[in-house]
Design a binder for this molecule. Structure first.
Ligand code: ATP
Ligand code: MG
Length: 295
């Protein structure tokens, strides 16, 4: 198929008419776009992205989780959902964004990814333009977009972190989590001039342990990467209820709201919801995708 044919097919393809059930148009502020990232795999990004989305929704904010792991998508599995369509169908022009949006627990929205290697850098101009137009239509309907990135520091991870307005870096007390987060921050700060990061320490046994992890990271970055703004957002305790919820394909916030992890997500959401977006957080989702695609 030629590029012109692809574009024609995309433009002819209409999204499902009207607002998606549960989405009400008219949010005035541009959405906040927060990436949840880490460098190291398996530290809890997907659980944090989805539970935070759930807890923020409980605070009255309309939240959308973008599964940005375009190779090993698993937000849907985490939530026990079986999406018929995913981002791959949008990029190929077969579906609009509204057609692939699915509803998760507590009325959060999810944009599911596909499983299979996909490079955003490989998208052509037509695909990008189509996608931007689709995102623009959604931006009035959500307050917070949470991007669950893949592990590692591949191009997609870097793109999504560049496009986000806030980067939430997840660390655990494991030393490899520190080295991998450092590697990610090094690329983002030295090659892309991203200077501001927030840290969430997951699976810590105490606040003391969490702060020690955060301090260690600050020490190395101060020494080798110069002055960066590194904020400690908080910690999520190690909690056996979390893997128990994962095994039931439910969110810990939903299944065990009074567990230590469940309560922590609620508190974190209260903190985040109460924050005034910084100046650099101005923007909109179209801006996010433009950042993503360099358009
Ligand atoms: N606070 C916690 N307490 C106990 N176990 C946890 C906690 N956070 C995460 N886990 C465990 O770690 C597992 C991996 O979590 P998750 O899938 O969210 O990580 P991830 O960073 O998204 O992984 P990937 O890099 O593969 O995408 C969970 O299934 C759970 O078993
Ligand atoms: Mg994940």
């Amino acid at each position: 198929m030629t590029q012109a044919q692809t574009l024609e097919r995309m433009m002819n393809k209409k999204s499902a008419p009207g607002p998606t059930p549960g989405l009400v148009a008219g949010s005035k502020r541009p959405p906040r776009v927060i990436s949840v990232t880490s460098g190291k795999g398996g530290v809890g990004k997907s659980n944090i992205a989805t539970n935070l989305a759930y807890a923020l929704r409980q605070q009255g904010l309309k939240t959308l989780v973008l599964d940005a792991d375009l190779n090993l998508a698993n937000v849907d599995i985490l939530l026990g959902l079986t999406p018929k369509y995913n981002l791959q169908h949008v990029f190929s022009g077969e579906k609009g964004l509204r057609d692939i949006l699915i509803e998760g627990p507590g009325n959060i929205k999810i944009l599911p990814a596909s499983s299979g290697i996909m490079e955003l850098a490989d998208l052509n101009e037509n695909q990008r333009l189509y996608f931007l137009a689709e995102m623009e239509a959604l931006e009035t309907e959500i307050d917070v977009l949470i991007i669950d990135t893949a592990a590692g520091i591949n191009n997609n991870v870097i793109y999504f972190n560049l496009a986000a307005q806030e980067r939430l870096v997840v660390l655990t007390p494991e030393p490899t989590s520190l080295t991998d987060a450092y590697a990610l921050i090094k690329v983002l700060s030295t090659r892309h001039d991203i200077k501001k990061y927030r840290f969430l320490i997951n699976q810590a046994r105490s606040e003391k342990e969490a702060i020690a992890v955060y301090r260690k990271l600050c020490l190395v970055t101060d020494r080798f990467l110069g002055s960066l703004s590194l904020d400690y957002l908080g910690y999520i305790p190690y909690d056996a209820k979390l893997p128990q919820a994962v095994r039931s394909q439910r969110l810990v916030c939903d299944l065990f709201p009074d567990s230590p992890a469940g309560r922590t997500f609620t508190r974190l959401a209260e903190t985040i919801a109460a924050e005034k977006p910084h100046r650099e957080q101005d923007g909109n989702i179209k801006f996010f995708w433009q950042g993503l695609f360099g358009g």
